[in-house]
Design a protein around this ligand. Structure first.
Ligand SMILES: [Zn+2]
Length: 240
């Protein structure tokens, strides 16, 4: 026989029900990429338009860097949707075309990190993996010289800034290709302004615009454009 007082054993049944109801209410917000729900509608529309143009892009065999620049653009789109800025990068083993690491700007979300530009985001993870790998293999040339990792190419959607360029030089990576120039902040075009030590360390490096389709460079610039500083148009006009 059921105790008529049994219901008093479950006085909080309303609590899980309320929790379930609230979960259902907030589920659509959770399905967005991190930070995306906070983007203004105009910015979301802007990114959706770029996404449509990206969706129809295919690598053009006449442009050898297209497959890798496409990876950087996808990363840049992720960064833009996270409110982190639209810059992406990837690291490629030149002999095989294998993408061994990828990254995007993570400077603002989930919390401010002034070092996490796309290139640094990628390098942090890559160097950590290499540290663990070579610690188990004394025969690896990077065991004694961590900069001896040869045959790597770093692609980035936007010309590296001073901070990232010196970090890349310091990493030992010898080839860098970027899809779009950064008129206001790019350091490759200002290479001669580097201190002598850094210039000598970069001797023999390839630092050039990517050999990619113009359409891909244009998308890289569109993803990056909203980050331009006030007065950018004036600086752009002066640099022409
Ligand atoms: Zn940078």
């Amino acid at each position: 026989m059921v105790d008529s007082n049994m219901k008093h054993h479950f006085p909080c049944l309303w609590l899980p029900k309320a929790f379930l109801l609230l979960s259902l209410l907030f589920l659509p917000a959770c399905l967005h990429a991190p930070g995306e729900a906070q983007l203004p509608a105009a910015r979301l529309n802007y990114l959706d338009t770029i996404q449509k143009d990206m969706d129809v892009l295919v690598p053009d065999p006449r442009h050898p860097d297209d497959p890798f620049v496409l990876v950087t653009l996808r990363e840049a789109m992720t960064g833009a949707r996270e409110r982190n800025g639209g810059i992406g990068a990837c690291l490629v083993r030149e002999a095989t075309g294998e993408v061994v690491e990828r990254g995007h700007n993570r400077q603002y979300e989930p919390y401010f990190r002034s070092d996490l530009h796309a290139e640094m985001d990628l390098l942090d993870r890559f160097e950590e993996r290499m540290r663990l790998a070579r610690s188990r293999n004394p025969g690896d040339p990077t065991y004694t010289d961590p900069r001896a990792a040869t045959g790597l190419v770093l692609y980035t959607s936007v010309e590296p800034c001073p901070m990232c360029l010196t970090r890349i030089i310091n990493s030992g990576i010898k080839k860098v290709y970027y899809a779009a120039p950064d008129i206001n902040g790019g350091m490759v075009r200002r290479f001669d302004g580097l201190p002598p030590f850094w210039k000598s360390m970069a001797e023999g490096m390839v630092l050039e615009p990517a050999r990619c389709s113009p359409a891909l460079s244009e998308i890289a610039a569109r993803l990056f454009r909203p980050m331009h500083v006030p007065g950018a148009k004036r600086l752009e006009a002066q640099s022409k």
